[in-house]
Design a protein around this ligand. Structure first.
Ligand SMILES: [Zn+2]
Length: 316
């Protein structure tokens, strides 16, 4: 049996949502029939990150309805989720490739084929219509929740309207490919279309499910399509007094399988002094480039040469 963090939540049965009402499996559009924004929430971008599926299941069960505009609820990588196994969780992250690296037009309209590309091609018309998008994720290590705002100042502004979590991340993307929240107009400062991605906490902590539900409700409130009478009684967590922005300056990329961290980092550690070693890779030692350096999502889970192991940033 593989070693893993304690399992406090169970993967929900999502088969009731398979049929949906859009002709695309596991995608449901709730239309108020009144003018208002097109809002989308997506869970299971990574098949092993099921706290988002718990939040969506909760919304369906509680009868969420837009009072204005439309609400699209999508379970993304259902094929990967279907083979979920606590002892081999990374097996269910994706089938062929990371669904969250295929959102460039070169990929979506290209000739290449994979399970994830096929699914992204099915869902892209919903993504491309969304004016506000929330993508629900969780992390390999136990860490405070993080709202990923890509390089988008409008996403930071919207995360402040949502009001959670305390830590907002501006990063530089992944060389392996475009994430959904970076697609098209989401990355255009001149467009009002805005996307955010929440990393709720460790994959299987109960608190991650609470964060997913609470963030979903606050996102819906900020979108203006769901009434306060639905949102307020269902909130689970106290919002932080302040939200701070971390700006990533550089990735630490593994060169070999000898990569090791200098400590048992879980994420959002602040390393006081510049020049402190944080990782090594054979002869190579990685040191913090400035005082008060923040370690963003360190993880050994996906170690191989060329993989980003941690990102270094600073509070703005
Ligand atoms: Zn994820």
């Amino acid at each position: 049996m593989a070693e893993h963090y304690p399992i406090e939540i169970a993967p929900p049965d999502i088969t009731p949502y398979r049929k949906g009402n859009t002709g695309v499996e596991y995608v449901t559009v709730l239309d108020s029939g009144k003018p208002g924004p097109n809002v989308m929430i997506q869970a299971l971008t990574h098949g092993n990150e099921f706290c988002g599926a718990i939040a969506m299941d909760c919304m369906f069960r509680e009868g969420v309805r837009p009072e204005r505009g439309t609400l699209t609820l999508a379970f993304a990588n259902v094929a990967a989720y279907a083979r979920f196994d606590f002892d081999a969780p990374n097996r269910s992250r994706y089938i062929d490739e990371d669904y969250n690296r295929v959102w460039g037009d070169d990929q979506l309209t290209g000739l290449r084929d994979s399970t994830e590309l096929r699914r992204a091609r099915e869902l892209s018309r919903f993504v491309d219509q969304a004016e506000l998008l929330l993508d629900l994720h969780s992390m390999h290590e136990p860490c405070r929740p993080i709202m990923v705002c890509a390089r988008s100042e409008k996403s930071i502004a919207f995360a402040r309207r949502i009001g959670v979590p305390a830590d907002l991340l501006v990063d530089t993307g992944h060389p392996a490919g475009l994430r959904m929240i970076e697609r098209g107009a989401f990355s255009d400062p001149a467009s009002p279309r805005t996307a955010v991605l929440i990393e709720c906490g460790q994959h299987w902590e109960k608190n991650s499910a609470d964060v997913a539900i609470d963030t979903t409700l606050r996102f819906l409130r900020a979108s203006g399509i769901v009434d306060e009478a639905f949102v307020a009684p269902r909130l689970r967590l106290e919002p932080p007094a302040v939200q701070r922005v971390i700006r990533v300056t550089e990735p630490v990329v593994a060169q070999s399988m000898n990569f090791r961290f200098a400590g048992p980092y879980k994420g959002l550690e602040v390393i006081g002094r510049a020049g402190t070693p944080v990782a090594s890779d054979g002869e190579k030692v990685w040191r913090t480039p400035y005082d008060d350096c923040v370690l963003v999502m360190p993880s050994m889970a996906h170690l191989k040469p060329g993989t980003t192991m941690v990102r270094l940033g600073r509070y703005a």
